[in-house]
Design a protein around this ligand. Sequence first.
Ligand code: SF4
Length: 317
Amino acid sequence: MGKTWDGKRYHTLNHFLREKFGGKVFKISLDAGFTCPNRDGKVSSGGCIFCSPRGSGDFAGTSEDITEQFHEVRRMMNKKWKSGRYIAYFQAYTNTYADVKVLREKYYSVLNLEDVIGIAIATRPDCLPPDVLELLSEINARTYLWVELGLQTVHERTARLINRGYGLDTYIASVRELKRRGIEVVTHQILGLPGENKQDMLQTVDFISNTGTQGIKLHLLHLLKNTRLEEMYRRDEFRLMAMEDYIELVVDCIERIPESMVIHRITGDGPRDTLIGPKWSLKKFEVINAIEHLMMDRDTWQGKRYTPNIDIVNMFI
Ligand code: SF4
């Protein structure tokens, strides 16, 4: 058998954070009150077709004050886990889309809280102007930071279909800028996007695998109420993934991701009240167990089929 991480056949975030910080680290999802240029009209007003009205921040706290929101989520977590350290996760909407003064104030307000050992910032690659990059550099020098970018797919035709609102060249340029400053990057990929077949999705994972970045998040496409994706679904323009197909596909993806890359997610959390489908995704632990069992049956592990691609590697240097 190949390498394992705490007995698992893939390099989990849990393992990575434990190794780095020597104990349990939790992420606290926040909605800092930002919007998104893909929703407010700057890039487009429709948003990505799958995006929920809460800007993909459905698990954030509800208080408007960000530190209060942090404490609210933390109190909920403390019911289950008494102690731990925390990464404040700016999740909802586009978390670098504001004046740099506003960003500074929001980031530092949680950074200064007790037991916060880092922050994670989810954003779009077209929202990283020089002054924001400078602020991120400053924060990176002071604490542990990673930046999450929602690439979702490497294919431009799908990017147009989902109304992502920026091209692959923008992603490449931003990753280079972040890497140049020593800032860790985590890329999101969605599996099951309309019009994509297995080959298309494997091409995306191969691309991300060669960026030389810290991590990847694999999401199942969730169909949520009140999204443009829902309208497409009602018009029968695409099918949702079956659980068996998803499990096979995730294992194929994991095999192609290099050992060094941290896998932050292998499913996705669809909000129960607005999820139309696939409903099987609500049984998250069943899905994760099935993925791990298939890896055992195949006697496979992360990186087994990783193929370095020098052309892609060079794009990110
Ligand atoms: S970039 Fe993020 S917040 Fe903006 S529309 Fe797309 S998924 Fe939603």
